[in-house]
Design a protein around this ligand. Structure first.
Ligand code: SAH
Length: 356
């Protein structure tokens, strides 16, 4: 049993089963044993690989996108460039390089929201000399027009889950079985106020933390100006079904097996995020497939420029990265991954999104 499993089991014995959101929050963010508090999960040696770790082109295209958006925002001084959950800092480093090349002398202040001490240290190494500032939560970010980036961040924010029974929607919980192992169960009483219609047995996920966060950012970009760019895996329209998943060593794992030792994520419900942002008075761009987004920002042209000064091996690596980032298969990064932007009501059209 992991130390975190022992702690969660004690909690359940004392107070009864806990919600899926609480379980996720403990697995990922427990101050001592949380998955993200204790390790760098990225890369070949870790549990999963993200787009910025596949190729520098990903961050560079986002940097060029940010340079254009900086113009749309009226050249704010300074430009607050913020990232949620920056991993190793690779996306921010690549984006800053491209941003500075596209807009020399641009007064840019990188702000990073990161709770993991291990990853903060990795980011500090990658971003040495850039003047980066760290935050534990978005609440301490400076005011003013901002470009806000979130790659593979919303998928690790806690969700609530409900299952349809004849009397209504019952919250899904984590409890203990008679042998003391973790097991999924349902709250005995339905949760009032859930209006979704679904057949008996349907599973409904409500991205509670993501909705709170996007409403706060929608409010921010509406009043202070700016854009939030979200890149993640998920669905433009989410149906019923369980997308809670655990990943360890690049494969799927049982979410209840070793709490704190595996990444625990869910597919992002882009439709719900878009509705929440629009409801808070912001303008919504997309979602579009990540492959289409990157190609329309010039991924192929960027690859050709890099290949012109690459060895044959490097050129093959660049081609492989383009293929992987735009893979249109059902689980490929080109189509399973989506891009959504949220801005003030008068901004746009934004590069990479069809004009609405
Ligand atoms: N964006 C990076 C890393 C994705 S992994 C990349 O694409 O490579 C998720 C990141 O979010 C990690 O940096 C993790 O430490 C951070 N994170 C997870 N939950 C968080 C929270 N509640 N607040 C701030 N950062 C969080």
């Amino acid at each position: 049993m992991t130390p975190l499993a022992a702690e969660i089991a004690a909690l359940i014995r004392q107070n009864g089963p806990i919600g899926i959101d609480r379980y996720m929050a403990l697995c990922l963010g427990h101050p001592v044993h949380g998955y993200y508090r204790t390790r760098d999960p990225l890369g070949a040696q870790g549990d999963f690989t993200t787009a910025p770790e596949i190729s520098q082109m990903f961050g560079e295209l986002i940097g060029a996108w940010a340079a254009y958006v900086y113009g749309l925002l009226g050249h704010p001084d300074p430009l607050v460039l913020m990232e949620l959950g920056p991993g190793r800092g690779t996306l921010m480093a690549d984006a800053l390089r491209a941003l500075r090349a596209a807009a020399p002398g641009l007064p840019v202040a990188p702000h990073l929201v990161e709770t993991s001490p291990v990853l903060q240290a990795a980011q500090a190494r990658t971003l040495a000399g850039t003047g980066a500032v760290w935050h534990e939560s978005p609440e301490t970010l400076p005011e003013g027009p901002a470009i806000l980036l979130a790659n593979e961040f919303f998928d690790c924010l806690p969700v609530l889950q409900f299952v349809r029974r004849p009397g209504g929607w019952h919250a899904r919980q984590v409890g203990l079985d008679p042998q003391g192992g973790f097991t999924f169960g349902l709250a005995p009483e339905p949760t009032p106020g859930i209006e979704a219609a679904g057949p008996e047995g349907a599973l409904l996920s409500v991205p509670s933390a993501g909705l709170d966060l996007i409403r706060a950012f929608a409010q921010r970009v509406r009043t202070l100006g700016g854009v939030l760019l979200i890149l993640d895996y998920g669905h433009a329209r989410l149906g019923f079904g369980d997308t809670l998943q655990a990943m360890a060593r690049h494969g799927f794992a049982d979410p209840l097996e070793a709490p704190g030792e595996a990444d625990l994520t869910h597919h992002v419900d882009f439709a719900a995020l878009a509705r929440a942002a629009a409801g808070a008075g912001a303008k919504v761009h997309g979602p579009v497939d990540q492959g289409d987004f990157l190609l329309s920002l010039g991924l192929r042209q960027r690859a050709e420029r890099l290949k012109a000064r690459a060895t044959a091996d490097q050129a093959a690596g660049i081609d492989a990265a383009v293929a992987r980032l735009t893979d249109p298969g059902a689980t490929g990064m080109g189509s399973l991954f989506k891009v959504l932007a949220v801005s003030g009501p008068d901004l746009g059209p934004l590069p990479g999104f069809p004009a609405s």
